[in-house]
Design a protein around this ligand. Structure first.
Ligand SMILES: Cc1ncc(COP(=O)(O)O)c(C=O)c1O
Length: 260
C-alpha cells in the first residue's frame, strides 16, 4: 500500500465526497446547460453547491465562480482584475513567495505592459504590511498576497493588507489555496476583493477550483465561450466535482467546529 504524507501537495479524496459525486458521473451526467429535466437537475446541483460554499465562507451566492483548479482561479482573479481596470492604472503588488500560479501570471502581465512589484518576505517568511504601504503608487490597481504559504506554512496578515488596500481603493486578491484546508476562511471578516481555492487541497476532487469575487469588483473574463458562470468563465461545468467540493467544504467546516 502507498504511504502518502504530503497533504500540502494534495489530499486523499474523502470517501463521503466520492459517494456524493458518483451519481453525477454514472446516472445524471447531463450537461447543466441543457433545458430538459435532467439538465435542470444538474444545474440545480450546482446552484445548491454554490449556495452552501458561499455560506461556509461568508460570501453571497453570486460571488462564487467555479473554475478547473487553484491556478485557474488565480489567473482569473489577477488577469481579470488587471484587464478590467487597466484604464485606472497598470501597477500590481505581489510577493516573491507566491505560488507560480500567481508569480507567472504577474510575469505574463509584465509582458503586456503592466508593472509588478515583488515584495520580499522577511526572515520569518512574512510580508510586512508597511512594505506593502510603501509600494503603493497612484497607478496601483491590485495587490495579490497569498494567505498561507505552500512550502513554509506562514500565514500572512491578510486582514491588515485588505484594510490597507481598502483605504487606498485598490483591489486585493489572496491565494487562499493552502489556507482553505487548514484555517478558518471568512471573506466577510477578511474583507478581501477576491480569494482563490482548490478542492483537492481539502479532501475534495482534483479539477475543481473556486474563486470568490466580491460583488461590485470589476473583472474581465479570460476564457471566451458559452454563458457559464455568469459570462465570467466559459466551459461545461464539472458537476460531479462541484458537488464533491460542496461536500468537502461542509466536512471541513464540521472539523473546524469540532476544534473550537
Ligand atoms: C498556494 C497555492 N496556490 C495555488 C496552487 C495551485 O492549485 P492547483 O493545483 O489546484 O492548480 C497551489 C497548489 O499547490 C498552491 O499551493
Amino acid at each position: 500500500m502507498i504511504k502518502y504524507f504530503d497533504n500540502a501537495a494534495t489530499t486523499k479524496l474523502d470517501s463521503e465526497v466520492l459517494n456524493e459525486m458518483l451519481p453525477y458521473l454514472t446516472e445524471n451526467y447531463a450537461n447543466p446547460s441543457s433545458i430538459y429535466s435532467v439538465g435542470k437537475m444538474a444545474k440545480e446541483a450546482i446552484t445548491i453547491a454554490r449556495m452552501k460554499i458561499a455560506e461556509s465562507i461568508g460570501a453571497n451566492v453570486n460571488e462564487i465562480y467555479f473554475t478547473s483548479c487553484g491556478s485557474e482561479s488565480d489567473n482569473l482573479a489577477i488577469k481579470g482584475i488587471a484587464y478590467a481596470n487597466s484604464r485606472y492604472g497598470n501597477h500590481i503588488i505581489t510577493s516573491n513567495i507566491e505560488h507560480p500560479a500567481v508569480l507567472n501570471t504577474c510575469k505574463s502581465l509584465e509582458n503586456m505592459g503592466f508593472r509588478v512589484t515583488y515584495l520580499k518576505a522577511n526572515s520569518k517568511g512574512l510580508i510586512d504590511v508597511e512594505s506593502v504601504r510603501r509600494a503603493i503608487t497612484p497607478k496601483t490597481i491590485l495587490i495579490s498576497i497569498m494567505f498561507a504559504n505552500n512550502e513554509i506554512g506562514t500565514i500572512q496578515p491578510i486582514k491588515e493588507i485588505a484594510e490597507l488596500a481598502r483605504e487606498n481603493r485598490i483591489y486585493f486578491h489572496t491565494d487562499g489555496v493552502q489556507a482553505m484546508g487548514n484555517i478558518e476562511v471568512n471573506v466577510r471578516d477578511l474583507k478581501v476583493s477576491a480569494l482563490s481555492m482548490s478542492a483537492h487541497k481539502f479532501y475534495g476532487p482534483k479539477g475543481v477550483g473556486v474563486l470568490y469575487v466580491r460583488d461590485g469588483v470589476r473583472f474581465a473574463r479570460i476564457q471566451d465561450g458559452g454563458h457559464q458562470e455568469r459570462e465570467k468563465r466559459s466551459g461545461t461545468e464539472n458537476v460531479a466535482g462541484i458537488v464533491g467540493t460542496r461536500k468537502s467544504i461542509r466536512n471541513r467546516s464540521k472539523r473546524f467546529r469540532r476544534k473550537q
